[in-house]
Design a protein around this ligand. Sequence first.
Ligand SMILES: Nc1nc2c(ncn2[C@@H]2O[C@H](COP(=O)(O)OP(=O)(O)OP(=O)(O)O)[C@@H](O)[C@H]2O)c(=O)[nH]1
Ligand SMILES: [Mg+2]
Length: 189
Amino acid sequence: MQSASKHSQLPDSELEIAVIGRSNVGKSSLLNALSNRKSLAKTSKTPGATKLINVFEHEPEGSKRWLVDLPGYGYARAPKHEQERWARMIENYLVERETLDMALLLVDGAVGPTALDIQTIEWLTHIGLPYMIVATKHDKVKPSKLGARKQEVALKCGVEPADVMWVSAAKGTGIPELRNEVRRLLDAS
Ligand SMILES: Nc1nc2c(ncn2[C@@H]2O[C@H](COP(=O)(O)OP(=O)(O)OP(=O)(O)O)[C@@H](O)[C@H]2O)c(=O)[nH]1
Ligand SMILES: [Mg+2]
């Protein structure tokens, strides 16, 4: 629907869910999978594809209920001033946006939670923003490693294994389940 470098430039909304996580974790790919569109959100194998706050409107048109794609954190090769600008943009949005109800925190299922992911979880808890853990790239985890990885993600993220939603934007695994969940949250009054 719209892109902005500051959330104050966005129109009013009723309810928002933000997709956050490390650069390259698969946020924009997940948005495309959830919306059943190939290139609604720009994706790239190079980190740093998403540079703005991008708003996607939930049906029906004019609902003022949004799913919000954000730049990723932790792209070490981006220039320092760019990294700081992104961090400020994301933090201000997450702290100040009054209609933001919750975050989908994406962790790379093929890598497991990183120190930066854990820091982010602690920070979300600190600012009081509810979050749901979504593990991405399910298709990249060897079946023999999946059980242990599921335990690891839950343990490091401080949730029950059953509370982690596993998805593959590439293969469609878990997408209908997550879509139902997002729909339920966005349709809530
Ligand atoms: N195998 C596999 N690759 C994926 C999956 N989801 C995303 N990718 C790949 O991961 C890379 C990054 O995907 P993006 O969706 O652009 O990641 P992002 O989190 O939006 O990245 P930034 O915008 O840079 O923060 C791309 O090469 C995608 O094709 C998945 O489910 N499986
Ligand atoms: Mg992106």
